[in-house]
Design a binder for this molecule. Structure first.
Ligand SMILES: [Zn+2]
Length: 246
């Protein structure tokens, strides 16, 4: 599903548009011309459906070289191993997320909590994979003629990153689970959910001007994306928390 000249949606589960496996987050393809990148990988339970949607974009598989992960939760990173195997991707993530993925550490990724909630079947396995590129805040990675800027946004989960993609006179913000449409956030009873860090991350996102808001779940904004971060910060400025998804 084409969202802008450069951004396609190639995966989305039950907390989105129901295009691929119900457990998948939004999976985006960013087309930089000579090469392309995927943002987040889904849960790893329906990779064929994601690859089918990738093929429908018209971007040849061999041009897709990168996978940028926002965080280690299974609905975002569980599919990393499978997509890397299928496409030969370089995986980019924070050092915290890289460590979890290399070990396939289900507890660190809170897969145990997801199973207890019924979000994943008891026999779901969180696949380990290598992560070649450990990212730090402010780093810039070229993807064809686009530039991906790393914005560290811990709080929802350890090592969470957002990505600001610059090109064609636009800046588009991929927020993972840090900020959803309408200023909604996701605070959970997981070991690494930290409210103070989350509040600081919301203010950081609001300080980066952006056109599109492309979050990990629910709907999205192709234009005027800034207003969602501003809504969240306006709540913080009133001394209350933005609405929580869960
Ligand atoms: Zn998450």
């Amino acid at each position: 599903m084409r969202l802008t000249e450069r951004i396609h949606l190639i995966g989305s589960g039950r907390h989105g548009f129901g295009l691929t496996h119900p457990s998948d987050c939004h999976v985006y393809l960013i087309d930089g011309g000579t090469e392309a990148a995927i943002v987040d990988a889904g849960a790893g339970l329906g990779e064929d459906a994601i690859l089918t949607l990738l093929d429908r974009t018209g971007v040849p598989r061999e041009r897709v070289r990168h996978l940028f992960l926002t965080h280690a939760h299974a609905d975002h990173a569980g599919g990393a191993a499978g997509l890397r195997a299928a496409l030969g991707l370089t995986i980019h993530a924070s050092s915290e997320v890289a460590a979890i993925l290399r070990d396939g550490d289900e507890r660190a990724a809170s897969v145990d909590v997801g199973k207890a909630q019924g979000s994943y079947a008891p026999d779901y396995r969180y696949a380990a994979t290598d992560v070649a590129s450990e990212l730090t805040d402010g780093q810039r990675i070229g993807v064809g003629d686009l530039v991906v800027e790393v914005v560290a946004t811990p709080g929802h989960a350890t090592g969470h990153l957002a990505y600001l993609v610059h090109g064609d006179g636009r800046s588009d913000l991929f927020t993972g689970d840090t900020l959803l449409y309408g200023g909604v956030i996701i605070l959970q009873g997981t070991w690494d959910c930290e409210l103070g860090a989350h509040i600081a991350s919301l203010r950081r996102l609001a300080s980066h001007p952006h056109d599109g808001l492309f979050p990990g779940h629910l709907t999205l904004s192709v234009t005027e994306g800034d207003r969602h971060a501003q809504t969240a910060v306006a709540a913080l400025d009133r001394g209350v928390l933005p609405p929580n998804l869960i």
